[in-house]
Design a protein around this ligand. Structure first.
Ligand code: SAM
Length: 353
C-alpha cells in the first residue's frame, strides 16, 4: 500500500490502513510528527523523497494525498496506466455532518492506548467534529471513523524531538472555532493530568469561546491496571502520589520534593520518567526508600506493543536500560507493584472471608 503525502490529512487513511494491518509505505519529502513517530516505531515505512512513477510498480492500492492537486492527478493517471487502484485528493471534501454542535471547542480525553477507552461523551462529540486536533498519545485509530470532510490537525509532541508550539495550537483552536467550526481537541489520557489541557481551555476562554471539557482515563491509573497491578490496595497502601519525572530531580526547575516522596509509604506513579529514571531511583533510595521496593514499568500500555517490566527500585534503571525501555512508559514504585494478579485475587478472597 503506498501513501503519497505526509501531512495531517494522511492520518485518517493511515488509521484505517493500520486497523486493516496493511503494509504501508509513505512517500513524502516531509511528514507531520505523528507520521514520523509511526515510522520510527516501525508501524509504517517512510521514504523521505518526492514520488516517482516506479513507486506504483509493486503496489495494488495507492493514496494520492499530496498538498498539490496537480501532483495527485498525476499519481492517479500513473496508477490508472498501471491498473493500480488509486484514491486521490483533488478538491477538499466539503459535505458537513447531518447534525453538529454549535461552534466551539471540546477538550476530550482518549485512550490511554486503546481507542475503546474513550468515554461515551467523548466519542459522541468526536463524531460531530468539523476539526480534530490530535496529540501523539491519543489513539490514532479513532481517526479512522471520521468523515472525509473533517479537518485533522497534527499537534503531536514527540518527547525531546520536534514540538508543535503551544501558541500555534491555541491559535488553531481559536481560529477554527471563530470560523464557526466545532473543534475537538483530542488528548491522550486525561487532559488535565500533565496534559496542558487547562492552558488550552484558558486560551479559548480568553478568546470568548465556549469550551466543553470531557475528562479521560488517565494512564497513571489505567496503564498499571491493564498490566495487572492496582495502584492502591487497602491492606498495603493508603496513599497514591502521581508525579511528573520529566525533569531530573537535581534540575533547578523541578517542583517535586523527592526527599518527601522517599519517606512516603504508599504508591508512587511516575509519568514521563524514562530519561531520568536512574537519578530518580537514586534520589528515592538516598532519601530512605528501601532498595528492595517493588517496581513496575509499562511501556505503550493498552496497545498491541505493550511491554511490561517488573523490577525493584535498586535494579530499575539498569533493567530499563537493558530492556531498552522508551517513552511512553508509566512507572509504579511501591508494594503494589509486587502483586501479581493471582496474589491479588488470593488477598481479595481472604479479605472477603
Ligand atoms: C504528557 S503526559 C500525559 C498524560 C496523560 N494526560 C494521561 O492522563 O495519561 C505523557 C505521559 O503519560 C504516560 N502515558 C500516556 N499514555 C501512555 C501509555 N499508553 N502507556 C504508557 N504510558 C503512557 C507516559 O508516562 C507519558 O510520558
Amino acid at each position: 500500500m503506498a501513501v503519497f503525502g505526509g501531512g495531517a490529512r494522511v492520518l485518517r487513511e493511515l488509521a484505517r490502513l493500520l486497523a486493516a494491518e496493511a503494509a504501508i509505505t509513505v512517500v513524502a519529502p516531509e511528514v507531520c510528527p505523528t507520521v514520523e513517530a509511526l515510522a520510527t516505531s516501525g508501524r509504517i515505512r517512510w521514504e523521505p523523497r518526492e514520488w516517482r512513477e516506479t513507486d506504483l510498480d509493486e503496489v495494488w492500492f495507492a493514496f494520492a494525498l499530496l498538498p498539490d492537486p496537480a501532483a495527485n492527478a498525476a499519481i492517479a493517471e500513473a496508477a490508472e496506466r498501471r491498473r493500480v487502484f488509486c484514491s486521490a485528493c483533488w478538491p477538499e471534501a466539503s459535505a458537513p455532518p447531518a447534525e453538529r454542535p454549535a461552534a466551539g471547542v471540546a477538550l476530550v480525553g482518549a485512550g490511554p492506548g486503546d481507542p475503546d477507552l474513550i468515554t461515551v461523551r467523548g466519542r459522541r462529540l468526536l463524531a460531530a467534529a468539523d476539526v480534530v486536533v490530535i496529540d501523539r498519545l491519543a489513539p490514532l485509530e479513532l481517526l479512522a471513523e471520521l468523515g472525509d470532510q473533517v479537518e485533522i490537525v497534527d499537534a503531536a509532541k514527540i518527547p525531546y524531538g520536534r514540538a508543535a508550539a503551544q501558541q500555534y495550537l491555541n491559535e488553531v483552536l481559536v481560529d477554527r472555532a471563530r470560523a464557526g467550526k466545532f473543534v475537538v481537541r483530542l488528548k491522550g489520557g486525561d487532559p488535565y493530568v500533565f496534559g496542558r489541557g487547562f492552558e488550552e481551555v484558558a486560551a479559548c476562554a480568553r478568546a470568548g469561546l465556549r469550551v466543553t471539557v470531557v475528562p479521560g482515563v488517565s494512564s497513571a491509573l489505567a496503564v498499571p491496571a491493564l498490566a495487572g497491578v492496582p495502584v492502591t490496595h487497602r491492606r498495603m497502601t493508603h496513599e497514591l502520589t502521581i508525579v511528573s519525572g520529566h525533569l531530573a530531580p537535581s534540575h533547578p526547575d523541578s517542583l517535586v520534593d523527592w526527599a518527601a516522596l522517599a519517606r512516603l509509604r504508599g504508591t508512587l506513579v511516575v509519568l514521563m520518567g524514562v530519561t531520568h529514571i536512574a537519578e530518580t531511583a537514586d534520589v528515592l533510595m538516598r532519601g530512605g526508600k528501601d532498595p528492595a521496593t517493588p517496581a513496575l514499568v509499562v511501556q505503550e500500555g493498552a496497545t498491541p506493543s505493550q511491554r511490561t517490566l517488573r523490577s525493584t527500585l535498586a535494579s530499575l534503571a539498569a533493567d530499563c536500560a537493558e530492556r531498552r525501555i522508551v517513552p511512553p512508559a508509566v512507572f509504579v514504585i511501591g508494594e503494589v507493584a509486587g502483586l501479581s494478579e493471582t496474589e491479588g485475587v488470593a488477598v481479595a478472597v481472604g479479605a472477603d472471608g
